[in-house]
Every structure is written in structure tokens, then in C-alpha cells.
Ligand binder design. Structure first.
Ligand SMILES: NC(=O)c1ccc[n+]([C@@H]2O[C@H](COP(=O)([O-])OP(=O)(O)OC[C@H]3O[C@@H](n4cnc5c(N)ncnc54)[C@H](OP(=O)(O)O)[C@@H]3O)[C@@H](O)[C@H]2O)c1
Length: 261
């Protein structure tokens, strides 16, 4: 099968032919229709998990995807992260533990839209739920994958949303969602503007401020319901064919980058 893969940590992605994966016990083999790109994928290629998980090479990144289960023909989408790391969704086929967060892909939903949802959509849902009764929220990095969903979900929850883009000043608010700070001091500077603050890069000394996604089938089903009801738009700024997906980490403008097989 064809896949986009890195030959070693830190290497550029290139189109390679690799053997189709074989499903083990309690695993599904899925023919992918689409995959989406998350910053996590780039971090994995750069070796973020090299000391905490076994890897296989060439390293195929990609956690999120949508596809068809071999054998049953069921259409599913969700998060396909598995160990060893490196058999990811930037490929024609993937195998996944059946216990992963996976949900039905509705017949009338574009697989690219479904593939864009899992990590960013579930993160946005759970971050907004963490805000409780806060009436206003600053969202730093609002134009990206998580941010574009969080803005919509927070507004639908009745909150006043203050999107913060590059170069924008912060103002005081009840809560802060910081999707950008990569170190403690910049997060602490932003957190001065709100009594309740979360970051997604584990940079706070207070564990309660470090958000970590807990994926679930229920959250995925909720996201598809929101999309089908017209209550959640899925902004896809780049759609790339698998064979042309060499510069997927180059940035994407508002929303998500999706790879279509
Ligand atoms: N902890 C978790 O469970 C979890 C879950 C999901 C995501 N994350 C992390 O959360 C972060 C955001 O994820 P994402 O999928 O939303 O990434 P993304 O799609 O790359 O979006 C990041 C956004 O932040 C913007 N940005 C960059 N620097 C900025 C600045 N100084 N001020 C304001 N905006 C700025 C970017 O704009 P430009 O396009 O102009 O660069 C982009 O729109 C990533 O680090 C990701 O790894 C963590």
C-alpha cells in the first residue's frame, strides 16, 4: 500500500510503498477514505514519544481518520492511535484496536469532514465543558483546528467568545483557553487575564490547568450530531491527495488540513 512516512525521526515525509498492515486479535483493519492532520502528528515525527513508546519505521504519522472496516464494510471514523507508533492514518490501510474511540461514519457525511473531527473536535467539546458557568472566554489560537471548533461550541453554549489571533491583545474574561503557549511563562502571562485557565501543551505547574483529551465514542457521536444538525461547521482549508501530501505540516490557514486517499 501507499503511505506518507518519515524514514527516521525528524525526516521529511515522503511517499513510500509499505506492506499492508495485518490486524491482530481484537483489532480492525480499515481501508481509509480520509485522514486529518494534527500538530501531534508532527510532534510524533519529531520524536516526542521516542522515550515513552516503541516506534516502527518508516514512521507513518496520523491519528485521525475515516474509512471502511475490511470484512464488515462498516463505515467508521475516530482516533486510530496505537502502539507501536508509526502505523498511522496517512496511508491506504490502518489497523486499530477495536477499543479505540471509534464511531459510525454516517452515510451522508463526507469522510473528509468526519476525519477532521476527532482530536480537534473532542478537545474543543471537552475544553468548553470544563468552563462550567464562565460567561466569557478568551481563545488563543482561535483560527486553528481546535480553536475553530471551540469558538463555535462555546458560542452555542451561550458564552461570549473573544478570539485571540497573532498580535492581538488580551482582555480580561472569565476563562482562557490557550492553544498556543509552548512554555510556562507565556501561559502564565496569558492566564493573568482570566481566573479559570487551560492550556493544551502541558506547560502549567498546576496540573488542573493542563488539558488532556479523553477520547470517547460518545463524544464522536455528539460531534456528528452537531454537524448533521447544522450546528457545527467543519472548516477544511486544505484537501490534499495522499500522493501529494508531502508538505502537510506547512500550515493550513483557518481550520484543518485533510488528506483524501
Ligand atoms: N493536550 C491535548 O489533549 C491536546 C489535544 C489537541 C491539541 N493539542 C495541542 O493544542 C495545540 C493546538 O492544536 P490545533 O489542532 O488547534 O493546532 P493548529 O490547527 O495548528 O492551530 C493553532 C492555531 O494557533 C495559531 N497561532 C499560532 N501562534 C499564535 C499566536 N502567537 N497567537 C495567536 N494564535 C497563534 C495558528 O495560526 P497560524 O495558522 O497563523 O499559525 C493556528 O491557527 C497544539 O499544540 C496541539 O498539539 C493538545
Amino acid at each position: 500500500m501507499w503511505a506518507m512516512a518519515a524514514a527516521e525521526f525528524g525526516a521529511e515525509l515522503e511517499l513510500v510503498e509499505v506492506p499492508e498492515p495485518v490486524a491482530g486479535p481484537d483489532e480492525l483493519k480499515v481501508r481509509l477514505l480520509a485522514a486529518s492532520v494534527n500538530p501531534f502528528d508532527r510532534k510524533v515525527v519529531n520524536g516526542m514519544l521516542r522515550d515513552s513508546a516503541p516506534h516502527q519505521f518508516p514512521l507513518v504519522p496520523g491519528t485521525d481518520g475515516a474509512g471502511v472496516v475490511e470484512g464488515s464494510g462498516e463505515r467508521i471514523f475516530g482516533t486510530f492511535f496505537r502502539r507501536p507508533v508509526g502505523g498511522g492514518t496517512y496511508a491506504e490501510y490502518v489497523t486499530v484496536p477495536a477499543t479505540n474511540p471509534l464511531a459510525p461514519l454516517p452515510e451522508d457525511m463526507d469522510p473528509a469532514v468526519a476525519a477532521a473531527l476527532p482530536t480537534a473536535g473532542m478537545t474543543a467539546l471537552q475544553l468548553v465543558e470544563s468552563l462550567g458557568a464562565a460567561r466569557s472566554v478568551l481563545i488563543v489560537g482561535a483560527s486553528g483546528g481546535v480553536g475553530s471548533f471551540a469558538v463555535q461550541i462555546a458560542r452555542a453554549a451561550g458564552k461570549r467568545v473573544i478570539p485571540v489571533g497573532r498580535g492581538d491583545s488580551l482582555v480580561e474574561a472569565d476563562a482562557l483557553i490557550d492553544l498556543v503557549s509552548a512554555d510556562r511563562s507565556s501561559f502564565e502571562a496569558n492566564a493573568r487575564y482570566a481566573p479559570l485557565a487551560f492550556n493544551t501543551n502541558y506547560v502549567s505547574s498546576d496540573p488542573a490547568q493542563n488539558f488532556g483529551l479523553k477520547g470517547s465514542r460518545e463524544a464522536l457521536v455528539r460531534l456528528t450530531s452537531l454537524v448533521q444538525a447544522g450546528d457545527l461547521e467543519v472548516p477544511i482549508s486544505r484537501r490534499l491527495p495522499l500522493r501529494g501530501a508531502v508538505d502537510v505540516f506547512a500550515g493550513h490557514g483557518p481550520g484543518k488540513t485533510v488528506i483524501v486517499m
